[in-house]
Design a protein around this ligand. Structure first.
Ligand SMILES: [Zn+2]
Length: 76
């Protein structure tokens, strides 16, 4: 079980890191599946709203920053 840093609930962790790199491990250890699901919904809205292209490294960076903020990692 993990203690989710976003909603402060205990939950089973995600089955695998949802994104690559150290950030994925951090998310798996500190974000519950429910909050991750909430981000996936928000991500779709964000991509549509800003017309982000996942082929564009700048847009991917923007999305990553938005994700960190959403999950409460913006200070890291
Ligand atoms: Zn949570």
């Amino acid at each position: 079980m993990i203690l989710c840093t976003r909603c402060s609930k205990n939950a089973e962790p995600l089955a695998s890191p949802p994104v690559g790199g150290q950030l994925g491990n951090t998310i798996q250890q500190s974000i519950c599946p429910e909050c991750w699901e909430a981000w996936l919904n928000q991500q779709a809205v964000f991509i549509n709203h800003y017309g982000l292209l996942m082929a564009d490294p700048d847009d991917r960076k923007k999305l990553r920053e938005a994700m960190k903020e959403f999950l409460g990692f913006s200070s890291q």
